[in-house]
Ligand binder design. Structure first.
Ligand SMILES: C[S@@+](CC[C@H](N)C(=O)[O-])C[C@H]1O[C@@H](n2cnc3c(N)ncnc32)[C@H](O)[C@@H]1O
Length: 193
């Protein structure tokens, strides 16, 4: 007799273990759902520009260093997630850092983080669609977004950014634009308007 494992058996097994464990401790019932819903939640911003995937701190430090950012300059992080780029820019360089984020939950988390770290004097989070925020006062623009989105932004950059503004993209280059600096290992591309 052949024993076939199909999706229905696997699902029933998982459900049984799930409910069985929940009888002993309610956390087993609640925590997996928080995990599943939390992960699904990140997907909703994917069609808007990119889903939430946090950049590694060492890459963020490298990105900021490559832009030669100075104290008092204005930095925008387009799609700021949990606010880690603006927090690092404010903490290390005392820049006026502005994160733009569309997901209200990440906005709330990042604002709380900045307050808790006492960086809210330098760094702020705007709850907005990054395509609708004017960037004319930016000295540095950072982004970690989908390839389609970074390329859609090129006309906005040309229209709004002043001469000398540095743009740094993590992971994806801007098609047909010549970077002034590249870190191939970390996939960091720096452009100057
Ligand atoms: C890959 S994550 C990068 C987060 C953060 N910059 C970092 O490096 O850790 C992309 C972020 O962009 C946000 N996002 C996507 N589309 C957006 C849009 N149209 N306007 C504002 N934020 C957007 C997502 O919600 C997500 O938090």
């Amino acid at each position: 007799m052949r024993f076939e494992i199909n999706a229905k058996i696997v699902l029933n097994f998982i459900l049984l273990v799930h409910v069985g464990l929940a009888i002993f401790d309610l956390r087993f019932l609640i925590l997996p759902w928080i995990f599943i819903i939390g992960n699904l939640w990140t997907l909703y911003t994917k069609p808007l520009g990119g889903q939430w995937v946090p950049a590694k701190i060492d890459k963020i430090r490298r990105m900021l260093k490559m832009t030669d950012i100075r104290s008092g300059e204005v930095l925008y992080d387009l799609g700021s997630g949990d606010g880690r780029i603006v927090a690092e820019a404010a903490r290390l360089y005392k820049t006026k850092a502005i994160g733009v984020e569309i997901d209200p939950i990440r906005v709330l988390i990042s604002r709380l983080k900045l307050k808790f770290k006492k960086l809210d004097k330098y760094a702020k989070i705007k709850h907005a669609n990054l395509f609708n925020v004017n960037l004319k006062d930016a000295d540095v623009v950072t982004m970690y977004l989908l390839p389609k989105t970074v390329n859609q932004l090129k006309s906005k950059f040309k229209e709004e950014l002043k001469r000398g503004t540095r743009i740094v993209s993590l992971q994806f280059p801007l098609k047909n634009w010549k970077p002034v600096k590249v870190d191939k290992e970390n996939k960091i591309f720096v452009y100057r308007i």
